[in-house]
Design a protein around this ligand. Structure first.
Ligand code: FAD
Ligand code: DLZ
Ligand code: SF4
Length: 522
């Protein structure tokens, strides 16, 4: 390619796989070149689950093909290319030498770390760099900042209602559809034993994906997780089929069983759409639009559709706003001063606690857990055990197919382990074994007894829960949402408190806390 000069070098990062991404707006096929780079650094900044690596790399390759089919010149640097220098900035430098572009155009990235890299590109290459807003979200970063400015407590529900109005989703004039903003009271039921969750559509790996699978097994064999069950959509066409599958088979009872868990049924009625959404294969607008259309046509009830839309128009947008408003300091927050290294079983699944074993095992098999599994099983345990926020945060970033820092970090630090001290959630999501027992069938086959509060066979979540409340009494007892358990605790004699704390400590001392290199579950 030496000798050719390019108008604009349009950079597409691995999670910017949307035909309408701003970096491609006003593309001049005759003059411009699209640059896509597979680089070692992005594949190893955490030990990403092997399925996540295959998903990103295969989706990138398919996206490049779809651009070429539209007549766009794509300079695609494969991971195994001999000249590949292994990081985004190094590859930009090489690409600028190849193409000598007038300017570089890129859409703002999803991570602070990559934003900092991009800020160095103009100096590095002596070429103007135009960074464009990522318009694939309902709210721009500045829209969230404007909403947050001057508010003391941020609550997702308030932001969500503004988004509903602003984007006219599930609205009837100025009022929310059906008269209520939130139908959670009708949601979150226990899954009946007779309920038969539908088999979910998975996508058999095609030749491109199989080639990437071999590459990942060869280069990243020591990363977490298994490839055998890989079934994620890697093209927009397949992602649209996945959306249709969910609207047809999952949406109508999505709300009812949103919080339910069942051993051997990791997907239940969830959409499984986050990997495709976060890569840009689907847009949040079309997903919310499809759900609203299902309600308007009578195919799904309002409680289900509102519950689903709230996850995307509400939570997804809200956590992105939290991330960009509070970074870079947010990454370091540790309000509860938790310091325990991540227990080894998060990587191996080797624990007698059946809930954790099941969720971690499914994570290894599918690179997926639904929200309550993440929040109330692995997250709850990390919170109660006082795992260092940065350790558990890096774990979530590594093990899920949908994990990118802008969405993963606030969910982990803010929601799961309360490291931001309540910026995101009004109380820590701490729960004893009774919650897990109520929402799942995990406790039935467990070595521990969920009904026992103390003693060698007592469920560890029980004494860890009370020890957590005791440990953080000074900080948390004034929280109105924790008034009930603290009232209970106030009735305990001092000896009982001390006994629970000692039992929790003895259990925590038994945890194997070697920091693991990310080995697969056998
Ligand atoms: P569904 O239950 O079908 O929900 C529909 C969609 O709503 C999801 O696809 C997702 O785009 C969105 N959504 C739902 N809940 C949230 C939420 N809390 N925050 C943002 N979006 C939400 N989600 C990610 O996309 N990437 C992550 O790295 C991630 N890390 C998480 C870490 C922790 C500790 C917790 C508690 C949650 C995390 N989540 C993350 C949020 C949520 O668990 C996943 O979005 C969801 O499980 C994805 O599965 P699904 O597509 O079947 O979701
Ligand atoms: C996650 C990821 C991976 C695994 N690999 C690449 C890659 O090789 N090239 C690339 O451009 N992007 C990759 N990504 C996505 C980036 O890490 C992503 O842009 C940031 O996580 C910001 O969201
Ligand atoms: Fe988990 Fe406790 Fe239930 Fe066992 S008894 S599955 S450890 S909640």
């Amino acid at each position: 390619m030496t000798g050719k000069t390019t108008g604009a070098l349009r950079v597409i990062l691995g999670d910017q796989l949307s035909p309408d991404v701003t970096a491609l707006a006003d593309l001049e096929p005759r003059h411009d070149t699209v640059l896509m780079m597979e680089v070692q650094e992005e594949n190893t900044y955490v030990r990403h689950h092997k399925q996540k690596l295959v998903l990103v790399l295969s989706a990138m390759r398919h996206f490049a093909t779809s651009l070429r089919e539209r007549g766009v010149a794509v300079d695609y640097v494969e991971l195994d290319a001999t000249e590949n220098v292994g990081d985004l900035s190094g590859e930009i430098e090489r690409a600028v030498a190849r193409h000598r572009p007038e300017r570089i155009v890129v859409t703002e990235p999803g991570e602070w770390r990559v934003k900092a890299l991009i800020e160095g590109w103009a100096g590095l290459t002596r070429t103007p760099v135009e960074v464009r807003a990522d318009e694939r979200f309902f709210a721009s970063r500045s829209r969230f900042a404007e909403w947050a400015r001057g508010r003391r407590g941020w609550r997702m529900e308030h932001f969500y209602r503004e988004m509903r109005r602003e984007h006219a989703i599930l609205m009837e004039g100025d009022s929310p559809a059906g008269g209520e903003w939130n139908y959670d009271a009708a949601n979150r039921k226990r899954l009946p034993t007779r309920a038969m969750p539908p088999a979910r559509r998975r996508f058999a790996p095609d030749a491109v994906t199989r080639e990437v699978m071999a590459l990942v097994e060869r280069r990243f064999s020591h990363h977490f997780g298994d490839l055998a069950e890989f079934g994620w959509p890697v093209t927009r066409a397949d992602a649209l089929l996945a959306l249709d599958d969910f609207i047809t088979h999952g949406l109508d009872v999505f709300g009812d069983y949103q919080d339910a868990m069942r051993a051997g049924a990791p997907f239940l009625y969830h959409s499984l759409l986050s990997p495709a959404l976060n890569l840009g294969l689907l847009s949040p607008r079309e997903v919310c639009g499809a759900a609203e259309a299902a309600w308007r046509s009578g195919a799904a009830p309002l409680n289900a559709v509102e519950g689903f839309v709230r996850q995307i128009l509400g939570w997804r947008e809200y956590v992105r706003g939290v991330y960009w408003t509070l970074m870079p300091g947010y990454a370091e927050c540790n309000a509860l001063e938790a310091t325990r290294p991540l227990p080894e079983f998060y990587w191996t699944g080797e624990t007698a606690m059946r809930c954790l074993k099941q969720v971690i095992g499914d994570t290894a098999r599918h690179a997926y857990s639904h929200h309550i599994q993440r929040l109330m099983v692995t997250g709850n345990f990390a919170l109660l055990a006082g795992v260092a926020p940065r350790d558990i945060e890096r774990w979530y970033l590594a093990v899920y197919a949908d994990a990118y820092e802008w969405v993963e970090m606030p969910n982990t630090l803010g929601m799961a382990v309360f490291a931001d001290g309540g910026q995101m959630a009004s109380k820590p999501y701490a729960a004893s074994g009774a919650y897990i027992d109520r929402m799942s069938d995990f406790c039935k086959g467990c070595a521990y007894d969920v009904k026992h509060k103390t003693g060698p066979d007592a469920c560890p979540f029980n004494y860890l829960y009370w020890a957590f409340l005791i440990r953080h009494k000074d900080r948390l007892s004034g929280n109105p949402r924790l008034a009930m358990p603290y009232r209970t605790l106030a009735r305990w004699p001092r000896e009982r408190e001390l006994a629970v704390v000692a039992e929790a400590q003895a259990f925590l001392d038994t945890l194997d806390v070697k920091t693991n290199a990310g080995a697969s579950i056998p």
